[in-house]
Design a binder for this molecule. Structure first.
Ligand code: M6R
Length: 641
């Protein structure tokens, strides 16, 4: 049992150090309901809140008087909701699912829930049943039939098979037992919710490798992939661990392991700001989350500076100053935008703490078997805390005996539960698939880590105080930059028709260039590349023409003149130039467009430069009519390899 002082969000949050399998393949959202109310509206509302986890297709099964009403649709939850409004499923027990396809194409037949061929069981599943072919073969020989290409259907039929074999004294006792017995034969990963026609008020769930949480309500209980699905109804939650099966009724539940050991449930109260999952006056979550950054950045710093304002403090590192002094090297691992945050962290930690840092893609690190010095601290960054490669990298580092830390935004996530210690971001739920407020909060926390480690080494008291002042000023600077949103929109409107963009920056602005390019391509589908500004001459300059705008990130430091020379090189080749740079350089730089950011301490400049890039990507995507919150082919948490 590991108790992390990961602070405020959960009351009495002690973390069980349980093993999560190295492979996991879920990228969907599930919710099940049993209780005194009508299941359908609760399930549809929950699915809408979980939709960011996958949005290829969605389905619902509600137990009526004598049969399940199953409605499934390819497309978004809204399409399912429209179909459900016509079908009007009635009942107080039901399950539902929003899918990011893995096994089987995006078709109605492959959409969950999957009903066993005898009609007794309906099941929703996140994960992959790796041995589904052999289970399917066995069941076909026993007379079970299949109507989808999914691995999941093998499990619903396997449960039906075990149930049919049980001595049927009462359906109630056999249901959970049949699920448990079936899972003993399953290789792979799962988070499941199952209902049985014979058991009108019972819901069974189990997890291995996919998150599953019980929402404990008043004469009702809910099973879901994450808290957002039911936070409107209850904040009392039980986090299931891998290898556990839960048998739920309206007035209670029992948990056991699949090997039949009893498990004592720990009900925890989650702090959940319901406004995080509501749009309010914003058009979509990405816009809302961009504008939430001043508050998210304040929250990242709250209570984390020393009284004399000379260093940062973290409650949950679980490493003493002495232990940290012995850290010779830091290895940072993450994916996507969080990997860009690692690159900024590398720059900050090396500059202010003088500790050598390496940055790895988690997906590469986990299989690369790189030699690592023994006094290395392995630090992962993940907004969701569920990214499979980052989780696997963390576990691999732990397996090799390294101390691990994590920066994550998700309390109770797999990474939060697995790491030796860490720092919660407190950025509030990030719903838009494109990471915005989580990214700037990760950089801010990285700067605080650099400050903290630096003050344990050579960073002076005065330098520490200067840096703390700079960090504290960030939310106000971000507010000022956000006032330029309309101006940035006007630039986006003029440039959104271009097919290719370059994003260029030096030193800590290079990862911001990468992030600007990623933001633009993932939500607008415009091709964009991020490059170190000076490297442009070694190849990408061939792309420069009137049809390829370059976005330059300029800092006012010593390398400013070098970046200005790179801008001239682009201008000389008729490339349109958009500059994000300090106010005082405006006159000096011959740019087609100039977005001002305040002249600030080097440690916080990357945060400020990010905001215009987010707005540029956002408004370009809106101009092109894209679904900014749910871009094609993506899902919020990437939990497939
Ligand atoms: O939840 P994580 O921070 O681990 O997610 C990592 C990436 O999947 C994520 O940052 C992704 O690149 C975003 N879509 C970028 O906006």
């Amino acid at each position: 049992m590991l108790c992390l002082g990961f602070t405020q969000q959960l009351h009495a949050f002690c973390l069980n150090l349980k093993k999560i399998p190295a492979l996991s393949f879920y990228m969907c959202g599930i919710i099940g309901y049993v209780g005194k109310n009508s299941a359908t509206p609760i399930l549809i509302d929950g699915l809408k809140r979980l939709e960011y986890r996958g949005y290829d297709s969605a389905g619902i099964a509600v137990r009526g008087k004598s049969a399940f009403t199953v409605v499934r649709r390819v497309g978004r939850v809204d399409q399912l909701a429209a179909a459900v409004a016509k079908a009007k499923p009635v009942g107080s027990l039901g399950i539902s699912h929003t899918r990011w396809a893995t096994h089987g194409g995006v078709t109605e037949k492959n959409t969950h829930p999957h009903v066993s061929s005898d009609g007794k069981f309906a099941l929703v599943h996140n994960g992959v049943i790796e041995n589904y072919q052999s289970i399917k073969k066995f069941l076909i020989e026993k007379g079970y039939t299949f109507s989808s290409e999914t691995d999941t259907e093998a499990l619903s039929n396997l449960i039906a098979y075990h149930y049919a074999k049980e001595p049927q004294q009462s359906g109630t006792s056999c249901f959970a037992e049949s699920v448990r017995k079936s899972l003993l034969h399953v290789q792979g990963t799962y988070g499941i919710a199952v209902i049985c026609l014979d058991c009108p008020m019972e819901l069974v769930g189990a997890r291995k490798g996919s998150p599953l949480i019980i929402g404990v309500g008043d004469e009702e209980n809910i099973l879901a992939s994450d808290v957002s699905a039911f936070a409107m109804r209850t904040r009392n939650v039980v986090y299931l661990n891998d290898g556990e099966v839960v048998h739920i009724r309206p007035d209670g539940f029992t948990i056991s392991t699949i090997t039949q050991e009893e498990v004592a449930a720990v009900v925890q109260e989650v702090d959940w700001n319901i406004e995080d999952s509501e749009l309010g006056t914003f058009k979509n979550f990405m816009e809302k989350e961009i504008f939430e950054q001043p508050a998210a950045l304040e929250n990242a710093m709250r209570g984390r500076f020393s009284d004399d304002g000379s260093t940062a403090m973290f409650g949950g590192l679980n490493l003493s100053s002495k232990e940290l002094r012995y850290v010779d090297r830091i290895l940072l691992c993450a994916c996507g935008t969080a990997w860009h945050a690692c690159l900024v962290a590398e720059y900050l930690i090396e500059r202010y703490a003088r500790i050598p840092v390496e940055v790895e893609y988690a997906s590469e690190f986990r299989y690369r078997n790189a030699p690592i010095d023994k006094n290395t601290l392995v630090f992962v960054i993940s907004q969701s805390g569920e990214t499979i490669d980052t989780l696997a990298a963390l576990k691999e580092a732990k397996r090799k005996g390294f101390r691990t830390l994590a920066i994550t935004n998700s309390v109770g996530s797999s990474i939060a539960r697995e790491t030796d210690g860490g720092i919660y971001q407190h950025a509030g739920q990030e719903v838009g698939v494109a990471s915005t407020k989580a990214f700037t909060s990760q950089i801010l926390i990285s700067a605080m880590v650099a400050l903290y480690l630096g003050r344990l080494r050579d960073l002076s008291y005065e330098e520490g105080r200067t840096m703390v002042d700079a960090l504290r000023s960030v939310p106000n600077h971000v507010k000022e930059i956000l006032k330029q949103a309309d101006y940035i929109k006007s630039i986006a409107d003029r440039y959104a028709h271009f097919k290719d963009f370059l994003f260029l920056g030096r030193q800590s602005m290079f990862p911001i260039a990468l992030e600007g390019a990623l933001k633009l391509k993932e939500i607008s589908y415009i091709h964009a590349e991020g490059y170190p500004a000076a490297e442009m001459k070694h190849g990408p300059i061939a792309l420069i023409c009137e049809e390829c705008p370059s976005v330059f990130l300029v800092t006012g430091g010593e390398i400013m003149q070098k970046t200005l020379a790179n801008i001239q090189e682009v201008k000389a080749r008729k490339g349109p130039v958009i500059v994000i740079g300090p106010k005082h350089c405006r006159e000096e730089i011959q740019a087609d467009e100039y977005i001002e950011i305040p002249d600030v301490h080097d440690a916080v400049a990357p945060i400020l430069a990010t905001i215009p890039l987010q707005l540029l990507a956002y408004h370009s995507a809106v101009k092109l009519g894209r679904d900014v919150d749910k871009p094609r082919n993506l899902a919020k948490s990437v939990t497939v390899e």
